[in-house]
Design a protein around this ligand. Structure first.
Ligand SMILES: NC(=O)c1ccc[n+]([C@@H]2O[C@H](COP(=O)([O-])OP(=O)(O)OC[C@H]3O[C@@H](n4cnc5c(N)ncnc54)[C@H](OP(=O)(O)O)[C@@H]3O)[C@@H](O)[C@H]2O)c1
Length: 311
């Protein structure tokens, strides 16, 4: 099978298109012919060697944290799917990833693909939707009527988060560049603040929740806009100094897991029309290095870059 692989940490040029043997599914696994894979910021950070302590890799490895495809074979004891079923799946950074024509997955790392969206859209909701769900529903525990500020509302995770918070009945504020304010309003944000024109910390007060997908000084300034006892929930982005106790607020990390239950909540939200997939661009697998360059330069906006693996 064709796959993207790298044998050493480095720049996007370490990514090669190679021929590899297809994986053999374990008895409880399905073999999936991959149609699409996401390219996420973590893929380039891991490839560059920035996250070696958190994600120790056996090199060579294939990147890719999620994807969608069709079951083409099943292991001897695999009774949870059938050949031809369309599935979304996740792969951990430390295992062979989704930039490959075939992956083998156990039931717990898959979920049926929502029928009314294509493979690229189905891929775009998986890791991004799970991160937003864990951040807002499982960690922040948002409730109707709360004031919620979401940073990076034009990003893949932020765009999902805006939609989730709106569906819960929160008053949603979001930050993004001036070029994306209409886009983020279109996702459901009640108030959008352009980070390249205005300072959210001078505008907002009384927030119950901040979802921080940026870090750095944004984190400290976010504590100022929270009510006492409010929560700032963060995903690993730029390093920041935790000043939450100075402001009397709670600081919590959204710890990302891939439980099937959370995958199902996300695909259900798509089927109910709560979450609309956001695909920023579609590129062939052979252009994986270019996709990494776009992300690394901070030029991705409005959803996920999707690699098209197979027709
Ligand atoms: N396990 C983990 O800890 C974990 C898991 C998932 C993601 N993450 C991290 O979470 C971050 C977001 O991931 P993603 O997939 O959503 O990334 P993404 O799709 O690449 O989104 C990046 C977004 O950041 C926005 N942005 C840049 N600077 C900003 C600022 N100063 N204020 C507000 N928005 C700003 C950009 O908005 P414009 O386009 O409008 O400029 C862009 O849309 C990444 O750093 C990623 O590595 C961590």
């Amino acid at each position: 099978m064709k796959a993207i692989q790298y044998s050493r940490y480095g720049g996007p040029e370490v990514l090669d298109l190679v021929d590899l043997p297809a994986p053999v599914p374990a008895p409880d696994e399905a073999l999936i012919a991959v149609r699409c894979a996401s390219v996420i910021p973590g893929d380039w950070k891991v490839r560059a060697g920035h996250l070696q302590e958190m994600f120790p890799l056996d090199l060579p490895t294939t990147p890719g944290r999620d994807g969608a495809g069709i079951v083409v074979a099943t292991g001897a004891d695999c009774d949870w799917t059938v050949i031809g079923e369309e599935l979304c799946f996740v792969t951990e950074h430390v295992e062979p990833g989704s930039y490959a024509e075939m992956v083998a997955r156990p039931r717990g790392m898959t979920v049926p693909k929502p029928p009314d969206i294509d493979f690229a859209e189905a891929t775009a909701i998986i890791h991004a939707g799970v991160c937003a769900w864990i951040g807002l529903i499982e960690t922040a525990e948002i409730t109707a009527g709360q004031n919620v500020l979401i940073h990076a509302g034009a990003g893949a995770i932020g765009g999902m988060a805006v939609q989730i918070a709106k569906s819960v009945g929160c008053h949603v504020s979001a930050t993004c560049s001036a070029a994306n304010t209409d886009y983020v309003r279109g996702l459901g944000a009640d108030r959008v603040i352009a980070y390249d024109k205005d300072d959210f910390a001078e505008i907002l007060t009384g927030q119950d929740i901040v979802f921080d997908l940026v870090g750095g000084d944004i984190h400290e300034r976010s504590c100022r806009v929270l009510k006492k006892g409010g929560k700032i929930v963060w995903l690993i982005a730029s390093p920041f100094k935790d000043v939450s106790t100075d402001y009397g607020v709670i600081c919590k990390q959204a710890l990302i897991h891939d439980s099937r239950d959370t995958l199902e909540r996300v695909t259900e939200a798509v089927e109910k029309g709560i979450l609309a997939p956001q695909v920023s661009r579609r590129m062939p697998m052979a252009q994986a290095a270019d996709a990494h360059r776009i992300l690394e330069r901070g030029e991705n906006s409005r959803g996920r870059i999707i690699l098209e693996i197979r027709e």
